[in-house]
Design a protein around this ligand. Structure first.
Ligand SMILES: [Zn+2]
Length: 367
């Protein structure tokens, strides 16, 4: 679950199946199918009563989903049997995923590009691949020389980026500001389906604003035009697989590994409440590292956030049916118009896409 991004406009920790509606009909169908497959593995093997099913046969989904999700999270017996099958065309290996992402971007150079960052922290390195999508056409690079691959020497990078960001702000002030939306997937290595969703999202966006809007509104209503306009006025940054080293461990046979390549939970390495142990703290799951941002994955995500300053941040996880907003580190929710709007949006998504089965609200209250 998400412990990052408390100061940002929106943090959703969503089950992959309930990813953006804009991705549409065939996309939604595919993902729902994948979601049901992954849930069947967990619930069947562990015999959890009341686990939510996606086949529509559940008697009272709204009453049982939260309870079942909590039961799953409290299980003492770990599910070590969820071995992914890469041969059926459902899950793709990391290599295939990035080949596909690069192919999609290469086929749409007018609206997409990939930036690559590298970081080494305490002798451990990782990479971050970020796809920028602007359906109205890529504009002048927002971030100085970000289009080129860059190596992250921490001090040099930070000082260099201050001037780059300042210049971008000056140039950006001459035209209408777009909405900036950040998605990150695959923060936890074992959450394979989220990466599949990232690829499908890129495919849907590659079809252009009109096509993506029609996927969201097959009835070609006025909403289709509004959605298309909104998509054209948005800059997306999409991280298809944040935790690439953890993913390597999963593909090497550590099927239930969620942490990074040296055993740190990327989602417990942020500064907010860093190192505070929840009552159910399990170091094999949530080891936070030696200090905030000790890990290159979290550090590069922080750098991306500071550069991009998103209005919306969607951090996509899998494992339960939930649409979470801040806060996660305490059982409270933020108050005010922004928080109210965030929650209203989540309830709409829940009704529209999740059959109202999702747990909605602050992550710290929902789990
Ligand atoms: Zn996760």
């Amino acid at each position: 679950m998400g412990r990052s991004g408390f100061s940002l406009a929106l943090l959703v920790v969503a089950l992959a199946a309930w990813a953006p509606h804009a991705a549409g009909a065939s996309y939604g169908q595919t993902v729902a199918e994948l979601g049901s497959r992954s849930v069947r593995v967990g619930s069947a093997d562990d015999g959890v009563a009341g686990a939510p099913r996606r086949d529509g046969t559940q008697d009272d989904p709204s009453a049982t989903s939260a309870t079942a999700a909590r039961s799953l999270l409290r299980m003492s017996k770990k599910n070590t049997n969820a071995r992914p099958d890469f041969s059926k065309g459902i899950y793709h290996t990391k290599g295939d995923v990035f080949d596909e992402v690069k192919a999609i971007v290469a086929a749409h150079p007018d609206i997409m590009r990939i930036d690559t960052a590298q970081s080494t922290r305490g002798g451990y390195s990782s990479e971050l691949f970020v796809v920028t999508v602007e359906l109205a056409g890529l504009e002048e690079d927002d971030f100085g020389d970000a289009r080129a691959s860059r190596t992250d020497d921490v001090d040099a990078k930070q000082s260099g980026e201050v001037s780059g960001t300042g210049a971008a702000r000056l140039s950006a002030s001459s035209h209408v500001e777009k909405t900036r939306v950040l998605y990150n997937f695959g923060e936890h290595g074992r959450e394979l389906i989220t990466v599949e969703v990232a690829v499908d999202l890129l495919r849907a966006l590659a079809g252009g604003a009109e096509s993506a809007a029609r996927l969201a509104h097959p009835d070609a209503s006025e909403s289709t035009r509004e959605t298309a306009r909104a998509l054209l006025a948005t800059t997306f940054k999409i991280v298809p697989m944040e935790n690439v080293n953890g993913r390597d461990k999963v593909e090497a046979g550590e099927w239930c590994e969620r942490k990074n390549g040296r055993g740190v939970d990327c989602n417990r390495n942020w500064e907010v409440d860093w190192g505070v142990k929840a009552p159910d703290y399990d170091p094999s799951e949530e080891y936070p590292g030696t200090a905030p941002f000790s890990e290159p994955e979290a550090f590069m995500m922080k750098t991306l956030l500071e550069e991009f300053r998103p209005h919306v941040w969607v951090n996509v996880h899998s494992g339960m049916e939930a649409l979470f907003m801040p806060f996660d580190h305490k059982a409270e929710e933020p108050v005010g118009p922004g928080a109210d709007a965030m929650k209203a949006i989540l309830h709409q998504i829940n009704a529209h896409n999740c059959g109202n089965r999702c747990v909605v609200g602050g992550g710290g209250k929902g789990v």
